[in-house]
Design a protein around this ligand. Sequence first.
Ligand SMILES: *[C@@H]1O[C@H](CO)[C@@H](O)[C@H](O)[C@H]1NC(C)=O
Ligand SMILES: *[C@@H]1O[C@H](CO)[C@@H](O)[C@H](O)[C@H]1NC(C)=O
Ligand SMILES: *[C@@H]1O[C@H](CO)[C@@H](O)[C@H](O)[C@H]1NC(C)=O
Length: 489
Amino acid sequence: MLLRKLRSVALMGEGNKDQTDQHLIDFQDTNKDKPPLTAHYLKHSFHSFLFISIWCLFLFLFFWSSSTTNKLEEFSQKCDGSVSVYVYELPAKFNLGMLKDCRHLNVYTDMCPHVANRGLGQPITGPPQSSSSSSSWFATHQFIAEMIFHARVENHPCRTLEPEGATLFYVPFYGGLHASSKFREADLVERDRLAMELVEYLIQQPWWQRKQGRDHFLALGRTAWDFMRGEVDFGANSLLNLPEVKNMSVLTVERHPWEGHNQHGIPYPSYLHPSTSDELVMWQEKMRHVERPYLFSFVGAPRTGVQKAAIRDEILRQCSKDHSSCYLLKCGRVGASKCHNPSEVLKVMTKSQFCLQAPGDSFTRRSTFDSILAGCIPVFFSPHTAYTQYTWYLPKETTEYSVYIPIPEEGKTENNVDIEKELKKIPKEKVERMRNTVIGLIPRMTYMHPNSTSTSSTHLKDAVDVALEKLSNYVLNFTSSSLLPLPTI
Ligand SMILES: *[C@@H]1O[C@H](CO)[C@@H](O)[C@H](O)[C@H]1NC(C)=O
Ligand SMILES: *[C@@H]1O[C@H](CO)[C@@H](O)[C@H](O)[C@H]1NC(C)=O
Ligand SMILES: *[C@@H]1O[C@H](CO)[C@@H](O)[C@H](O)[C@H]1NC(C)=O
């Protein structure tokens, strides 16, 4: 037990494996150095005295160490007090009730396997680098963050059952699943009906009326575009256009870069959902030492007719040119099965130093989070793929953890950057530093298993911990600096 803790503390430091082993050796050596007892020189009475003393010392040490251990575990499971979140018990039609019809939650896919295990999806065997006994790997669907978030907050140490003292009110509406089930529904009233009903329900609640919803929030697993129907109808509903919802905070995997003033980016879920911090630390350590023979890689498909994705054709062209430095996992109709296979995706990314993150149907990609999990430095082509999205999660200085290659203006393909040449310019030590930063981001980009008890001396903040802490600061600031006097009930 003590050894295990020592080990994880050492790993937390600079994550140097040799250093860890040194610690373990030191620990054993100190025991060896103790002089042997020369008991046979002692008289019988003294002998029994010694025996009793040692027995007492043993008992004392035993109780002392077990009480210290309990204290540590208690500490890591405790809420630090800055956040206190109340979870609404919504009528089932707004969340878990939807799952009964999981076959029809998405017009393209059967969602039943994906909503299993509270949104983690189906368990899979982890990549070869993970410990074989691990049951922390899942084929998690990219648009399912809202379910995992719900399950995590329900078990969160900062959850309160008393709304009076809550700083945050979480409204666990599965808006993304609902939006995809009614995507392009011709009858607009029908498409927006559940969002309207949610608002009707909320404004009747006393806790809503206290601050007109300013301390309330939603967490959505799909992009903001799916809830902001404009003049042109791409199939979205109007949830985020409703004036009441504009008073709330909205956590979403992709915020609207210009209009999403109340929207905050949260990570797309990847495939690792560990139950303990130690597992995360072990994975980070593996990613620091894995061989990365490829300079860069791209996992994706060409997109036709999407202007911001034109760079994809260029990437595919450059990548196919040189198979020794670029590892290509081409998706689309032929490669689709491989692209949706977490082990295949991670295999490519753990073998690469840089992972290209070209925009697709929208600015952001789940792939960004897969690459961080794999310790692969992301290369962005638009500031809206990450920089304007996940400010709660990423370092301010973008060059510390990523590379930015601007897309040339439309029609000016002669300005296309030679990606390989650009990446080779970065000095080795700089690449090493960037990779270390990326690997350091893994815990906060991860959704821990909802049943995680964080029994570890090295409690790390996960995606939900960070969201609750940042949102709480934001809301407290907002409501205290509000110019309007807030009515009390
Ligand atoms: C969490 O634990 C409970 C009780 O053991 C179990 O019923 C539930 O399925 C677990 N949740 C997940 C997501 O595995
Ligand atoms: C939004 O909040 C403000 C106060 O912050 C309030 O005056 C306004 O009526 C609220 N809007 C709705 C639609 O509840
Ligand atoms: C709080 O509000 C002040 C003034 O409105 C602002 O300068 C500051 O950045 C805010 N802090 C946070 C954490 O949002």
